[in-house]
Design a protein. Sequence first.
Length: 167
Amino acid sequence: MHTAPWSRTGWGVALMLVWGWLALVISPPFLGEAGGWLVAQALSLFCHQLPDRTLIVDGTPLAVCHRCLGIYAALAVATGAYAVLRRYDGFLGSHAGWVLAASVVPPGVDWLGGVVDLWANTPVSRIATGAVFGVAAGYYLARAFADLFAPSPGPPSSPREEGSATG
């Protein structure tokens, strides 16, 4: 169990950031042609946005591909669930490297299988395997923000200091 103090403020900041990012990712169909284009251009720094690998809503593509959509949606959900997931901090904290490494295996295998023609990955497989990484990343992102904003423990007080307050 994670016994160190954590900050709901930090968790709230993380929630606002990831849910705001997700809103931005899905916003192009709702912003009109110029607004959608601007958001897509900005997010092209983070995603290849290949047309055949991007979800289209009402004739307008989202600002990221299927896999990135899965990552960002799961990132938002896992960040939101941090208050519940933190009960596993002891295990997840001590195994962070392994958890994150394992979380990139499914998207990597899905991508590699398509590259070497073992199978054709699909929008569903891309979203689902991206979500595996997004859940792990969301947990650790929320934990980092909650810990970053956590109150610093004060110096330990000695019995002499406590007794001297009256005299």
